[in-house]
Design a protein around this ligand. Structure first.
Ligand code: FEO
Length: 393
C-alpha cells in the first residue's frame, strides 16, 4: 500500500495481505494480516527495519521506489522468520552496499533460511546502539516471543519502539495508527494466542525489560502502529500473567448427538453458576477463537465420543494443539461417551501431558445416557464452580 508517514523521517511500508486465510497453515485469519517494514532516515544513514513476506516483495520494492531512496545503508532484521526477512535478498541486490543488522542468533538463522552472505552482516549486541545521524537506534533483545533471536529497536529521539512480532496483530487495514481499538486488540490477541502463549515467562521478562523506556509509539511488524501503547502493554501484561478468568473452554465433537446433548446440559449448568462457558465444535469452529479463549480460561473440558477404541481424530487435533500451546488453565476434565468401552481418558491424558492442571474426575456415559448420567455432568459443573471459587474467581 502507499507509504505512510509515522513521524518526520520515519515511514511505514506496510504490505497488507487482505486475502490470506491461514497463518502458519493453522490459524484462520478473518481480517487477513499485514507485514510492516519501516524506513528511518538519519542524516547520515538510511535504515530499513524488517522487510515483508516473500509473496509481497514486489510491493515493498514499489514502496521503496516511491520514497526515492538512493541508498539503504542498513536493514535491521529484528526477527529471522520469513514473513519479515523474506524480502531481504532482493533488497540486498538493489542496494549492494547495504548491511543486514542483526544479532548472532539472527545471523545464524538468516544464513540458513535465506542465504545472506557472510560479508553482508553487521552483528549487534544486546543494548548496543547505532547513530545514523541525529537518530540513535538502541537494540533491545526481546527473545522467545516465539523464536530465540527476536529483538526490538528503540529510536530514542522519536520515542518509538519497533517490536516486530511482539505486540503484532493479524489485520490487513489502511489505518496506519489504531483507530478501531476493539478490532485491533482482537487481532492482536489472535496473534498472541497462536504463538506466544507457551512463552509467557519470556514475554513477562521482555515486558519488564522495556518497562522503563520512554516511548510514545509502538510500531510492530504486523498490524497497526500504537499511539497509545498502554492498551497493548496492559493487554500483554494480562495475557502473559498466570491469572485466569472464570471461563471453561469446551472443545467438543458429536457424531450422533449424544455429546451435543451432554455439552448443552453442561453449558446450562455452568451458566447457572455464573461461569462463562465457551464451547467449540472442533469440526466447524475457527480454531483461532478457541486459542484466544485458552489465553484466559481457568478450566478446559474436552468432550468426545469414543472412536475405534480411542478419541475422534479431530478431538485429538484440538487436544494436541492445546497441549502445544500450554495455556495457563488450572483445571481440566473430560466428558466422554462410549458403547463398548475404550481408552478415551488414557488417550486424552497423554495428549494433554504438557498441561499443568489438576484433573477433575471425567464423566463417561454409556450410549445416549440417562437422567442419572446427567447428574454426573451436574456434579462436574459443581466441582468446577468450587475449584474456581477456591482460586477466587
Ligand atoms: Fe511474524 Fe514470527 O513472524
Amino acid at each position: 500500500m502507499a507509504v505512510q508517514k509515522v513521524k518526520e523521517g520515519i515511514f511505514s511500508l506496510r504490505s497488507n495481505d487482505w486475502d490470506r486465510t491461514l497463518f502458519d497453515e493453522l490459524i484462520p485469519l478473518p481480517d487477513g494480516t499485514s507485514y510492516n517494514a519501516y524506513v528511518i532516515m538519519g542524516k547520515n544513514k538510511v535504515t530499513l527495519v524488517d522487510t515483508v513476506d516473500p509473496r509481497k516483495t514486489e510491493e515493498l520494492i514499489q514502496d521503496i521506489k516511491a520514497l526515492n531512496l538512493k541508498k539503504i545503508d542498513y536493514i535491521v532484521s529484528q526477527h529471522s522468520e520469513q514473513d519479515h526477512s523474506g524480502s531481504i535478498p532482493e533488497i540486498l541486490k538493489m542496494y549492494p552496499t547495504a548491511k543486514v543488522v542483526t544479532n548472532k542468533k539472527g545471523k545464524e538463522f538468516l544464513t540458513e533460511l535465506i542465504k545472506v552472505p557472510e560479508d553482508r552482516f553487521l552483528v549487534i549486541d544486546d543494548m548496543g546502539t547505532m547513530d545514523i545521524g541525529g537518530k540513535t537506534l538502541k537494540f533491545i533483545f526481546t527473545p522467545w516471543v516465539h523464536w530465540p533471536e527476536t529483538f526490538s529497536t528503540y529510536l530514542a529521539e522519536d520515542k518509538i519502539l519497533f517490536t516486530c512480532d511482539f505486540f503484532g496483530a493479524h489485520i490487513a487495514t489502511n489505518d496506519l495508527f489504531v483507530k478501531d481499538e476493539g478490532k485491533v486488540m482482537e487481532a492482536a490477541k489472535r496473534y498472541y494466542s497462536e504463538i506466544m502463549v507457551p512463552f509467557r515467562t519470556s514475554i513477562r521478562s521482555n515486558l519488564q525489560k522495556i518497562k522503563d523506556l520512554d516511548f510514545e509509539i509502538i510500531a510492530p511488524s504486523h498490524g497497526c502502529v500504537y499511539q497509545n501503547p498502554k492498551i497493548i502493554i496492559d493487554a500483554y501484561n494480562d495475557w502473559s500473567s498466570e491469572n485466569v478468568k472464570n471461563i471453561v473452554v469446551i472443545p467438543y465433537l458429536s457424531m450422533h448427538g449424544s455429546i451435543q446433548k451432554f455439552v448443552n446440559h453442561f453449558i446450562r449448568k455452568l451458566q447457572e453458576k455464573g461461569i462463562d462457558a465457551r464451547p467449540f465444535d472442533v469440526v466447524t469452529a475457527d480454531i483461532g477463537n478457541m486459542a484466544m479463549a485458552l489465553v484466559d480460561a481457568a478450566t478446559i473440558v474436552i468432550a468426545s465420543p469414543t472412536m475405534l477404541g480411542g478419541v475422534h481424530p479431530k478431538i485429538a487435533y484440538a487436544a494436541y494443539l492445546t497441549n502445544l500451546l500450554r495455556p495457563k488453565a488450572k483445571f481440566a476434565s473430560i466428558i466422554g461417551s462410549y458403547d463398548w468401552g475404550g481408552r478415551e481418558v488414557d488417550v486424552l491424558g497423554k495428549l494433554l501431558e504438557n498441561l499443568k492442571v489438576e484433573m477433575i474426575q471425567p464423566v463417561l456415559i454409556k450410549g445416549d445416557g440417562t437422567e442419572e448420567d446427567l447428574k454426573g455432568i451436574d456434579d462436574l459443573a459443581e466441582q468446577i464452580y468450587q475449584k474456581h471459587r477456591s482460586i477466587n474467581l
